[in-house]
Design a binder for this molecule. Structure first.
Ligand code: ADP
Ligand code: MG
Length: 553
């Protein structure tokens, strides 16, 4: 249809050098690109998945098996590839784990849609079938889920271990150490309102310094600031610190460039400097009066003020990031003060220890031993930049999995078991729907099974044989939690093995994968103005209404 309406106008509307793909050709290209991108991350799935090494144009190296990171670092150009990168990013942002799964499912949804298009099923029917299937898949997944609470230590530990299990970052001992840190951090910042628990993962600061070893990674009950004390004469270690947080410059406002001060004699100069010094001294006096012995200042501190502070035995850190000040508020209970006149004892916070320490040749300020801090820091170490980076990604995934499980209160079994179960239910339901949508729902079910297939493949099992065995295991209700034990290359009960994952992570993966697929399938016209200037009559304005996304039902 679009061909007829637009063919003749193409040259008038599009800028020179623009290219265009229409209808089936656009869909085929997009599907191929989407599937190709997903195939790249497929081999990284699960504990037996492999890592990818990515080298940037500048020679920076990233070694990871984190789906979101791989796609981001690949710098993909094609718009459809970018949509899949977005899927991974959304997944990361919403739930923190399950990025690879989301992208792989999207890739397979696209591939199966391609097959249906080949059979002459119109895109609108595929889209409709996929949307119904998604809705139902979420219901079925919920049906097989179990409850989990913040007090289920064992289960939380299992969820954390499964999440970190797929990252290649050292021994079981190391992983145990890291998951314990993540669990303590999450519990520390969790807040309860009525029966609802919420976790703001931003309150857990991840501070990373290459050096030491992964095992040196530690939880700090407070905030780690990547700064040094402002002045060498200040105390380096303060026990039972009384902390002031200032959003005030301990400096004299510099005069505007066009305002001149006329100084005509040395006396006047002297008086002027004395005046400045007095003002700075007054500022410091106000801090001394408040009884603070540590101050974090968001702005600058004049040399003279530093001197007076040091003389009074007060430690000060300047130019502290706003985000760090906010965390210090949560960790120490201090109030942020915007005018020195308002500073009083009530505004001060507490930390058992504030200490400047040298880490890998650089000074850092540790604000620790806070009382029940509502913000904590995980200090990540690793022998190389690459290993520290991967530890950061692993911890992010674990924290995402834990907070999803705690907030939502539901978990499902992993190892492909939930996907098999949901696929089976979808196939049963598809026959009731009938019509062309039925085929799309069946295709959706097949696409979910890409997860057990990829897990089997990575473990060196035959994917098809394994799938057939799993499907038959799942026929009776008692078999619903059977999946792939990637360590023994056998089919096993995942609940018994403790291979469990948050329902929310699975549900989000299904949702983002479907949404991305549908938006890609809706495109029947791809206009690229690459290499041309966005001159008048550029592409979006030149499109007739309904040109893009004209396939909605
Ligand atoms: P994602 O980015 O999707 O989280 P992962 O590489 O973390 O990708 O792999 C997650 C998949 O691996 C899930 O399907 C999960 O059930 C599976 N998995 C993790 N640990 C195990 C295990 N010990 N046995 C079987 N499957 C596992
Ligand atoms: Mg994972």
């Amino acid at each position: 249809m679009a061909e007829n309406q637009l063919g003749g106008q193409q040259y008038m509307v599009l800028p020179e050098g623009a290219s265009r793909l229409l209808g089936k050709e656009a869909q085929r290209t997009n599907i191929a690109v989407g599937y190709a991108v997903a195939s790249i991350v497929k081999t990284t799935l699960g504990p037996k998945g492999m890592d990818k090494m990515l080298v940037s144009e500048l020679g920076d190296i990233v070694i990871t098996n984190d789906g979101a990171t791989i796609l981001e670092e690949m710098n993909v150009e094609h718009p459809v590839a970018k949509i899949l990168v977005e899927v991974a990013k959304t997944q990361d942002k919403e739930v923190g784990d399950g990025t690879t799964s989301a992208v792989i499912i999207a890739g397979d949804l696209l591939r199966n849609a391609g097959n249906l298009l080949d059979q002459g099923i119109p895109p609108a029917a595929i889209i409709k079938g996929y949307m119904i299937a998604r809705e139902k898949a979420l219901d079925f997944a919920k049906d097989v889920s179990n409850s989990i609470s913040v007090n289920d230590e064992d289960k939380l530990e299992r969820i954390a271990r499964i999440s970190i299990g797929s990252k290649n970052i050292g021994s079981d001992e190391t992983k145990k150490h890291l998951t314990e840190i993540a669990i303590s951090a999450i519990k520390q910042v969790a807040t309860k309102e009525g029966n609802k628990i919420s976790i703001d993962r931003d309150l857990i600061k991840l501070e990373k310094k290459e050096g030491g070893s992964i095992e040196d990674t530690e939880l700090i009950n407070g905030v780690l600031i990547d700064k040094e004390m402002a002045h060498s004469g200040m105390p380096k270690s303060i026990k039972n610190a009384s902390i002031a947080l200032l959003d005030v410059a301990l400096e004299i406002e510099k005069t505007e460039t066009d305002a001149k001060i006329e100084i005509t004699s040395p006396d006047q100069m002297q008086a002027f400097l004395q005046q400045e010094e007095k003002m700075l001294k007054d500022m410091v006096e106000k801090i001394i009066k408040s009884k603070a012995n540590v101050v974090f200042v968001q702005k600058g501190i004049d040399d003279v003020a530093q001197h007076f502070l040091a003389k009074a035995g007060i430690a000060a850190i300047r130019r502290v990031k706003k985000s760090d000040i906010e965390k210090l508020v949560k960790a120490t209970g201090a109030r942020m003060v915007t005018s020195l006149d308002d500073l009083s004892k009530d505004d001060l916070g507490f930390a058992g220890l504030v200490e400047e320490r040298k880490v890998s040749g650089e000074q850092m300020v540790f604000v620790e031993k806070c009382k029940d801090p509502k913000s904590v820091t995980i200090f990540i170490r690793g022998g190389t930049k690459q290993s520290a980076d991967e530890v950061e990604r692993a911890i992010t995934d674990v924290m995402g999995a834990l907070s999803s499980a705690i907030e939502d209160g539901k978990y499902v079994t992993g190892g492909g078991s939930t996907e098999i179960q949901v696929a089976m239910k979808l196939r049963e339901m598809a026959t009731d729907i009938g019509g062309r949508e039925q085929l799309a729902i069946q295709a959706f079910a097949d696409s979910l099974e890409v997860i057990p297939k990829a897990l089997a493949d990575s473990a060196g099992m035959d994917p098809i044989d394994t799938l057939v065995q799993l499907r038959s295991k799942h026929k009776p209700a008692s078999g619903k939690s059977f999946g792939i034990d990637v360590y023994t290359n056998q089919i096993a009960d995942m609940e018994k093995l403790g291979v469990i994952e948050p329902l929310k992570v699975k549900a989000q993966a299904i949702t983002s994968a479907t949404e991305a697929t549908v938006s890609i399938l809706r495109i029947d016209d791809m206009i690229s103005s690459k290499g041309t200037r966005p001159a008048g009559g550029g592409m979006p304005g030149g499109m007739p209404p309904g040109g893009m996304g004209g396939m909605e039902d």
